[in-house]
Structures are given as C-alpha cells and as structure tokens.
Design a protein around this ligand. Structure first.
Ligand SMILES: [Zn+2]
Length: 297
C-alpha cells in the first residue's frame, strides 16, 4: 500500500501520514501548543526545513514512505520558494532539496514535492469530496490571503494579491503592493491598519455597531467579492471554498450578494461559496495526494 506524508505550513507546521486520501494516525504540529501565529516568522529557512523533516520522520515512525508533499505559502517552482511575503527569510530557498537532505540524514530517502499551501488545501477538498474534474477555488484567510485551485495549472495564481482598490493609501499588503486584497483581509495587514485594535476586536466592535469597524468589515467583504468576481470573469463560475484561521469573520450571505452585484453576464453566474472550518487535514491530504500522483501512484 502507498503511504505518503503530507505537511501544511501556514502559521505553524502540521504533518500526518496519509493512506487512501485519509489521515492515518495522529497529526504532529510545531509548535505543539498555544498561539503559534508568529512561531515561524523569525525562524531561519534551514531550521524550517529541518523541523519539517523532523516531524515527518516522527509521523512515519520508521515505516517507508512513497512520497512527501508539503503545502507552503508563496510562489513555488520546482521545489524553490520564489516568493513568500509573510515568511521573507525563505525567498529563493530550495525547500525541496533541504527537506530531502534532512530526511536522508534521518535515514529516510523519499521524494519531496512542494506546493502552494492554498493549492494543497484545494486538492484536499477535491480529493476528499470526489470533486476532481471541476475547477475548485479556495480562499485561505490567515496572516496572508491564499488563493488555491484544483486541478492545478501553470501560473502564479496569486489571487490574494488581486488589486481591489485604486486608493494609493491602501498599502498594507505583506508584499508591498498597493490596493491588494491581502491588504484588507490579511491578519498582519489589519494589525498595521488598526494600530489601536487587534483584528479580533475590530470584528467584535463591528458587531456592536462601531461605525469605523462596521465600515472596514464592509470593505473587507467588498474586497473579497471583487477578487472573486475577477476570478469568475477570468476563469468562469464555480464553487469557491473559504477556509483558514479567520474564516469565521466572513458572512457568506453578504459575500454572495456582493458577487451577484459584480457579476452580471448570465454565462458567468452560478458560483457559490462554502465555508470550511479551518483545519490542517485538508492541506495535508492534498499535499500528500498531489505528491503521490507526481510520483506516479
Ligand atoms: Zn500583495
């Protein structure tokens, strides 16, 4: 039987064994407990690779692996992290080789494949639900805003950096670009925008009617609707899944209405949103399944 391991790196590292598109056994995470939002920010690239190899070796428990798939935030090409706005230290780093070498040092020789984290999550949603043939798109809302698609295809697909505002003062995105979706909805960007409030407080205050926070929450929804509408205008309608640590801040009914106002051509209608509570398992399963397929299984 083909056993593979999947890893998802978002605000923390999570890994698990995957058999037949399901998690087998318990997941391992780093850090193990507590608020891990900033755990990886100051960690050198080599250490991140070493930590991934360490917890994959731990979940494998000496059994052989056919492939290891890793979902990692940023633009990934041939195992190299070409850009990762929220983990700048890893830009240009060959993550695949570093993990393979660290695994080999632990006595495990296995091919490693690296995918964009949101693409891995999209693959996990598609494989666990048997949705493969259709285009499935995913927004992941965390420190950054990820955009994933399954089936994967050539391209950068940095949907989180879609331009949704022409206001030159909108410069909160982690990549430095102006007017980006992540500049509204990224956790880090919200902290920069509201120096006096944590993002959690902004959404709480909006619930109780604070005008400044109500206005911002409304703009967040318009920004996400705008980026979704652009994706629909470029690639057509279909399901959009919303997940990630901050997904509970989004009201799907509002988002649906806004997209309906932004997409009027009849062949492009019929998209829908679905919230998937944040979890590591989908990204782990997706990364492992993609890696297994790439290894010819
Ligand atoms: Zn950006």
């Amino acid at each position: 039987m083909s056993r593979s391991a999947g890893v998802l790196v978002v605000e923390h590292i999570a890994a698990g064994l995957v058999e037949k598109h399901q998690i087998a056994g318990a997941l391992k995470t780093f850090p193990e407990k507590g608020d891990s939002r900033d755990a990886l920010l100051s960690m050198p690239a080599e250490h991140i690779a070493g930590k991934i190899a360490e917890i994959v070796s731990a979940v494998a428990k000496g059994s052989s692996l056919t492939a290891v798939g890793v979902g990692f935030p940023g633009i990934i090409r041939d195992g190299i992290v070409e850009e990762s706005p929220n983990l700048q230290q890893i830009k240009g780093f060959n993550l695949r080789d570093a993990i393979e070498n660290a695994m080999a040092a632990n006595g495990i020789r296995v091919p490693v494949r690296i995918y964009n984290d949101a693409d891995a999550t999209a693959a996990g949603i598609a494989t666990t639900r048997g949705l493969q043939p259709k285009l499935n798109r995913v927004w992941t809302l965390g420190n950054g805003v990820g955009f994933g698609r399954y089936p994967g295809s050539e391209g950068a697909w940095e949907g989180g950096h879609s331009v949704v505002s022409l206001d030159p003062k909108e410069n909160f995105c982690g990549c430095g670009g102006r007017g980006h979706l992540e500049g509204f909805l990224g956790y880090r960007a919200m902290r920069l925008r509201f120096l006096d409030l944590e993002p959690e407080e902004v959404f709480e205050n909006a619930q109780s009617g604070d005008a400044r926070c109500v206005e911002f929450v409304s703009r967040c929804h318009r920004a996400l609707a705008a980026a979704t509408a652009t994706s629909i205008h470029m690639e057509g309608p279909g399901p959009f899944y919303l997940t990630g640590p901050n997904v509970n801040w989004i009201d799907v009914g509002t988002l649906d209405r806004l997209v309906h106002d932004m997409v009027k051509m009849s062949p492009l209608q019929g998209s829908r949103f679905e919230v998937i509570p944040t979890n590591d398992e989908l990204g782990i399963i997706g990364a492992a399944s993609n890696a297994l397929a790439a290894a010819g299984h």
